[in-house]
Structures are given as structure tokens and as C-alpha cells.
Design a protein around this ligand. Structure first.
Ligand code: ADP
Ligand code: ASP
Ligand code: MG
Length: 340
């Protein structure tokens, strides 16, 4: 099969008008080229944030399992609406949840890791000439619990599905013309990058460039899946993420500059906090260091940066998880030790 996977992000599906554009894009694609199409969608506009806010209003503890179930509904709504709109226009489509699409993950609610994808259901629908619409950002664990893949996770769903289906490429449609040398909303003079390597994009995405989920770039890199970022609202050449070697060849071809050390990208990370753990000779306190990493693991905290000195360990973590993480560090590094 000659499969293409397309992903439409939150702003590209935020209302009926935008979804009409997505329908036209899909229909044009289908009529021009006889290719099977799988479309992954995000929740409309700010739906995920609104659901998170709602959960906070209704519940103090926000049970992680049920929160993921709630959040997964955003993407399911978009998939169902888009499929119904395509069917209205005479194009046979079918909407699938992440589970129905065969995406199996571990049970790390809020930031689950994809374990494998069973693509049979998608393939059967494609064989019956259906356009398959998949709700992004979600999976199911082996016990049937619905999980989510981390904020911005629909990119990951799309690239992972593309790899599992051995698709020709994965097209990521967003609200910008492609990948720029910096966030064009902060730096309007930023340059559109025609090509960028997986390694450079992975570094930039991990350091805060929201345009692609970092794990989606990693999955693409491992499976050599061609990823193209384009504008969903207007025609754009877009940006292609290439293998490092291919990117290098493209550069050499275009400017004949064999040793090219040009700077490609500048980005920043928002919503992070620095936690400082102070204690005499803390750098050599192995028991404390093991505890810090264990707590980070149990609380699903990503440590973006760490520095050691004889007196302090400094950690940079997500702001959202920092208070809880600090409480646990305090309980186990200070209270527990003093009680002994
Ligand atoms: P979507 O909802 O389509 O997934 P996102 O909001 O997650 O879209 O990502 C697109 C946004 O990423 C852009 O609107 C832009 O502000 C931001 N962005 C940050 N860095 C870059 C960059 N280097 N190039 C392009 N966009 C960037
Ligand atoms: N809706 C989810 C989020 O807002 C996933 C995504 O858009 O990719 O994070
Ligand atoms: Mg996104």
C-alpha cells in the first residue's frame, strides 16, 4: 500500500471552518493521488487545557487514570466530527480512538510510552477504501486503561502510526509554514528552514521548540520516517526532517560548503523550575542521589538539567510537577533522615 499519514494540530481543527479546510485538503489529496490516507487529529483549540481546568474544579485529587480518560475525549471529539463531515461529503471515513487504532502503551498516565502498534484494524479499513481518522495523544495499556502520551503527543501518535504502517511519509500540519530558525511568534524575522536533520530537530524540540513533540522526532529518526511540517491553512513548501547524512548531502549540494558549522536554531524552554538541594558534601552522598532519582522516576518528573557541587545539587524540572517533587524530596531527604 502507498500510505500517507497526515496530522492536524489543535489550531488547525479548532472550529467548523478550519475542519472544512482540513476536509478539502483531504479530498484534494484523495482525488489527485490514489493513495491511502490516515489522518491523526488533536483536540480542538484549547480543549485539553479546558478539560484540565475542569478536572481541577471538580476534583481535589484528580485521579490520574480518570484524568487521562477525560483528556482523551478531546481528540475523540475531533476525530468523530471530521469523519462525519467527510461522510457527509460522500467520502467514506471512519474515526478510531487510539485503542481502536491498536496503540498499546505502558501505564504512565499523563506521559505514557508507546510499547507497540497493532495496525490490523487501520489496514482493514484502508483495504475497504476508507479514510482512517485516528484520535491522537492517546493509547491503551495492557489492562485496557486509556493513557495519554504527554502534551503535544498527537505528533508522536502520527509518526508512530506512520512507522507501524511503513507509510511513505508523515505530514504534520500546523499553524505555521514549517520549522523556523526560532519561534516565529517571538522572532518574526526567523528564517524558514527547508531541511533540518533529525538530531538538530530532536535537540531543539527537547529544548522547548513546541513545533514538534521531541519523542515524535526520535521515533522518526529511529525508523527513518520522512517528516514534513506544513501549514494547514495555506499552501507552503514546508520543512523536511532528514536523516543526518541526507541533510549533510543537501547542504553540501546547495552551498558546496563541506564543513558547514552554521547555527541552525535558537529556542527556549518555558514553565521550568530550578530546585536546589543543599547539604555538606552532597555530591558524594550516594544514598541521597539514589533517592532523588527514584523519586523523580516515581513522580514521572523529567530532569532537563542537573549540576553538582560539594554543597548543592541543582535540578531543572517542569514547573507543573516541581511542588510535588520538592515535597517528596523534603520528606525523604530531610524528614525521614532526621527521624532515624
Ligand atoms: P499544533 O497545535 O499544530 O500541534 P503547536 O502549537 O504545538 O501546534 O506548534 C506550533 C507552534 O510552535 C507555532 O505556532 C510556533 O509558535 C511554535 N514554535 C516554536 N518554535 C518554533 C520553530 N522553531 N519553528 C516553528 N514553530 C515554532
Ligand atoms: N491535545 C493535546 C495537547 O493539547 C495533544 C496535542 O495537541 O498534540 O497537548
Ligand atoms: Mg503540537
Amino acid at each position: 500500500m502507498n500510505i500517507i499519514v497526515q496530522k492536524y494540530g489543535g489550531t488547525s481543527v479548532e472550529n467548523k471552518e478550519k475542519l472544512e479546510k482540513v476536509c478539502n485538503n483531504i479530498i484534494n489529496y484523495r482525488s489527485n493521488k490514489k493513495r491511502e490516507l490516515v489522518v491523526v487529529v488533536s483536540a480542538q483549540g484549547n480543549t485539553t487545557d479546558t478539560l484540565l481546568k475542569k478536572a481541577k474544579e471538580y476534583s481535589i485529587t484528580q485521579n490520574k487514570r480518570d484524568l487521562d480518560l477525560l483528556l482523551s475525549t478531546g481528540e475523540i471529539q475531533t476525530a468523530s466530527l471530521l469523519s462525519m463531515m467527510l461522510n457527509d461529503k460522500g467520502y467514506e471515513a471512519v474515526a478510531l480512538t487510539g485503542e481502536q487504532a491498536g496503540i498499546l502503551s505502558d501505564t504512565t498516565y499523563g506521559n505514557a510510552t508507546i510499547k507497540c502498534i497493532y495496525p490490523n484494524n487501520i489496514l482493514n479499513h484502508l483495504k475497504n477504501s476508507k479514510i482512517v481518522i485516528v484520535a491522537g495523544f492517546q493509547a491503551v495499556d495492557k489492562l485496557g486503561n486509556i493513557t495519554t502520551l504527554g502534551r503535544g503527543g498527537s505528533d508522536l501518535s502520527a509518526v508512530a502510526i506512520a512507522c507501524a504502517l511503513k507509510a511513505k511519509r508523515c505530514e504534520i500540519y500546523s499553524d505555521i509554514d514549517g520549522i523556523y530558525s526560532a519561534d516565529p511568534r517571538i522572532i518574526p524575522k526567523a528564517k524558514l528552514l527547508k531541511n533540518i536533520s533529525y538530531s538538530e530537530m530532536l535537540e531543539a524540540a527537547s529544548a522547548g521548540a513546541k513545533v514538534l513533540h521531541n519523542r515524535s522526532v526520535n521515533v522518526g529518526k529511529k525508523n527513518k520516517m520522512s517528516i514534513i511540517v506544513k501549514n494547514s491553512q495555506q499552501k507552503s513548501q514546508g520543512s523536511t526532517i532528514n536523516e543526518d547524512k541526507k541533510d549533510f548531502i543537501e547542504r553540501v549540494k546547495s552551498n558546496n560548503d563541506f564543513e558547514d558549522y552554521s547555527i541552525k536554531f535558537i529556542t527556549k524552554k518555558d514553565d521550568i523550575s530550578k530546585i536546589c538541594i543543599v547539604g555538606d558534601m552532597v555530591m558524594s552522598n550516594k544514598e541521597a542521589i539514589i533517592k532523588i532519582f527514584n523519586i523523580a522516576y516515581e513522580e514521572n518528573v523529567t530532569i532537563f538539567m542537573i549540576s553538582f557541587s560539594e554543597l548543592a545539587i541543582n535540578l531543572i524540572v517542569e514547573k507543573e510537577k516541581s511542588i510535588n517533587f520538592m515535597k517528596r524530596l523534603h520528606d525523604e531527604l530531610i524528614l525521614d533522615t532526621n527521624e532515624k
